[in-house]
Design a protein. Structure first.
Length: 232
């Protein structure tokens, strides 16, 4: 794990040897519990094997622009569908990582206040932020019955044209709040019942006869050919 100079952010990179980077601005405005939630979020990406596809989503836009310029726009049309799919997957992976943060903290307050500070990029006003009020907004955001047709249309369009790799912070808080009240969360935290992923590959190599590259334990796909790995 590294600390680098920058704004209020953190990220995970490194497909085969993942690492976490916390930017100094994040450490300046977040307390210890919030920083722990951020680290747990990033570890969630690693444990869920998100890193490879997250990096693809992060850099695909630049690659598509280069290909589009070289092919008079044709390559951009072909790549836009792949880009859209990866972006949707990336935004959903953030929700999974938010759940990992909650499982580590076992307290929704730092997980929500962490989202508030990431969304607002606040500085000296960080101590005045109300995580509870933000969560109230998230609850209202999730109330479909109170929405007019215009509100619903705006929400659908805002998500359709969201090009970033992360959902809106209010959307993340809404999903986290729903999961807190779910039977699944209770089963994990109270009863210790949860699914586990086997971590021993059959022979340490890709099962694809045309590949047979060494694969890292815990990965769902071969990093060389994309073959789904067999686990025991």
């Amino acid at each position: 794990m590294y600390v680098s100079h920058g704004g209020i952010n953190a990220f995970t990179s490194g497909h085969r040897n993942p690492y976490i980077v916390l930017l100094s601005g994040l450490i300046d405005v977040m307390d210890d519990a919030e920083v722990q939630a951020v680290i747990a979020h990033e570890l969630g990406h690693i444990k869920c094997v998100h890193v490879l596809y997250s990096e693809m989503a992060r850099y695909l836009t630049v690659l598509i622009d280069i290909i589009s310029s070289a092919t008079l726009g044709i390559g951009g049309l072909v790549g836009s569908g792949l880009q859209a799919g990866l972006m949707v997957w990336s935004r959903r992976s953030e929700l999974s990582a938010d759940r990992a943060a909650l499982l580590v903290a076992q307290d929704p307050r730092p997980c929500i206040s962490m989202l508030v500070k990431l969304a607002g990029h606040v500085g000296r006003m960080a101590d005045d932020i109300s995580a509870e009020e933000f969560l109230n907004q998230a609850r209202e955001y999730g109330e479909e019955s109170d929405r007019t047709a215009t509100d619903k249309l705006y929400r659908i369009m805002s998500n359709m044209f969201l090009k970033g790799t992360h959902p809106f912070a209010i959307e993340r808080a809404k999903h986290l709040n729903v999961w807190i009240d779910s039977p699944e969360y209770e089963q994990i935290v109270v009863h210790g019942v949860y699914a586990t992923r086997p971590d021993v590959v059959l022979d340490g190599r890709c099962p694809n006869a045309n590949c047979r590259k060494e694969v890292q334990r815990g990965f769902a796909f071969c990093g060389n050919c994309g073959q789904r790995l067999a686990w025991s």
